[in-house]
Structures are given as structure tokens and as C-alpha cells.
Design a protein around this ligand. Sequence first.
Ligand code: DX5
Ligand code: ZN
Length: 218
Amino acid sequence: METPLLAPSILAADHSRLADGVAEAEKAGAKWIHIDIMDGHFVPNMSFGPQTVADLRKKSDLFFDTHLMLDNPREHVDAFLEAGSDQVSIHVEPDYDINGLLAHIRSKGAKAGIVFNPGTPASEVKPYLDQVDLVLAMTVQPGYGGQSFQESVMEKTSQLDKWREEESLNFRIQVDGGINLDTAKICQKSGVDTFVAGTAFFKSEDKVRFLNTIEERL
Ligand code: DX5
Ligand code: ZN
């Protein structure tokens, strides 16, 4: 099991002052910030581009956990690496050379993650487990913040945890979507060590407590 970590998602911050959202996360003690990139094709919504990441990079030393929700990640990955992402996670569902792209991300000195949607079986990410630093199990259908956590995904995180143990691998297991203090507790029992939280974190009145509870210091 990796040390528990919270990655606040700036999708839930005020988009007219994103740097303040990053600073709020940092002030609460976060080490990571989750940055959702949406193309309006792979998911119905649109969010940020590489310039947003580059500009935030000038204002923060947090670990930039970039989640690409793109039909064609190969076409855009370099822009997000050059913008200063510390980790780039790519979805398993679109049709492209996944092995090649994971290796490419690592060759640029960044960490690489593989992501799968609630409807995608865990067997789809199994071939990549020895090539990634993180596996992200989506606990909502990606596209929007503020949706309800899908508990059925816990079967898959438990399976990932089992494979990680059996094969002595050390990728992180991350969840994203509908994470609050109650749903995080459920995840903690199912092998999850890395938690993305947008709405619940930014709405929380005591962000330090929220972070410390998730990172198991309380
Ligand atoms: C969903 C995004 C999430 C989103 C989570 O498409 O990938 O990262 O910010 O938001 P909440 O925590 O509000 O469900
Ligand atoms: Zn995300």
C-alpha cells in the first residue's frame, strides 16, 4: 500500500481565478493538484488547455497530476508535458498505441498513469500494470464534477490491489469522481491510496481537516 494522498481537482475551483484554487489546495497541505483536460469529444465537456497548465506551473510547485480525457491523447501529450505536468494519465478506451504513449511519457521524465471508466473491465488495464506509476479507476462517468460515486467500481480497485500484491508492483491506485469523506472511507477498504476530490474539497469549510482525514493523519 502506498502512502495515502489527496489530489484536489481544480475543475471544481473558480475558473476565473484558478491560481487561487491551487493556492488554497497548497495551503491546506496538498502535495498534488489534479488537472482535468477535456476535449468535448471523448467526454461531452471542455475544460483547460496546455497554456492553463503552463501558467499555473509558474505559480505553484505542487505535483501536477494531469488527467487527459481526449480522443487522441498522442496528438496533445507533448504540449501537456512541456507545460510542466509531473504525471500524465491517459484513458485505455480510445484506439491508439497505449504502450508507446506510456513509454513516451516516461521518456520525458514524467510519471505515467492509465485510466479506465466505470463501464470498462479491469482486465483492459491489466496489460499495462508494469508500465505505469498509477492506475485511475473512474468512480463516475468522466465529464463533469459533482456526480455520485459508483460503489460498484470497488470490485475493480480490489482486483487491482490483488494484482499489485501478487506481481509485486508498486503503482498507485487512484479514484476520481464523487469522493468525499464518506466515500473515501469505502475506497480505503478496497485498495485505494490516491484520492481525487473536486466538489467536496472546494466546498469543505475545513480543508486541512478534509485533507488530513483522507491522508489518514486524523
Ligand atoms: C470527472 C473529473 C474529475 C472531477 C471530479 O470527469 O475527471 O476529476 O473533477 O469531481 P468531483 O470530485 O466533484 O466528483
Ligand atoms: Zn479527473
